[in-house]
Design a protein. Structure first.
Length: 138
């Protein structure tokens, strides 16, 4: 793997972690929303990642990046709460809250932030090595 490929791999990692941070932030922002039906209630979303191998390098090396395959909604049950006095309550007096666990989302946000930072450090180290290589020729 050349040093130039490192920038592609680190860049794809930063992009993937950025998507992860955005979906986590969206989950946290909607954690306290309320709905009167199951169909309208916000559901936690999570990105799905996959290894992305460059077509040109499939036969030469094992350098891979990360790609976002998609974003899926959580299939965990929604939080159903009996609150007949709530203006959003259905005919039976229930309100529905998202299946977002704020503590898990905060841990996920910290993990994504640290992964992003590590990818930045990898790119900076590769840049430094390239600069030092160029100085050798002087």
């Amino acid at each position: 793997m050349s040093l130039f490929n490192i920038f592609n791999v680190a860049g794809s990692g930063m992009s993937a972690q950025s998507v992860r941070l955005n979906t986590t932030a969206s989950n946290i922002a909607n954690a306290d929303s309320v709905s009167s039906s199951v169909g309208e209630t916000y559901r936690a979303r999570h990105p799905i990642f996959e290894a992305a191998m460059s077509k040109a390098q499939q036969h030469q090396s094992a350098s891979q990046g990360v790609a976002v395959k998609g974003i899926v909604e959580s299939d965990l049950p929604l939080n159903k709460e009996y609150s007949p006095g709530h203006p959003m309550a259905d005919t039976e007096g229930f309100i529905y809250k998202p299946n977002v666990n704020v503590m898990e989302e905060m841990a996920n946000m910290i993990s994504a932030s640290r992964s992003y930072q590590m990818n930045v450090q990898v790119a900076e180290a590769a840049k430094s090595m390239l600069q030092q290589t160029l100085r050798i020729g002087k």
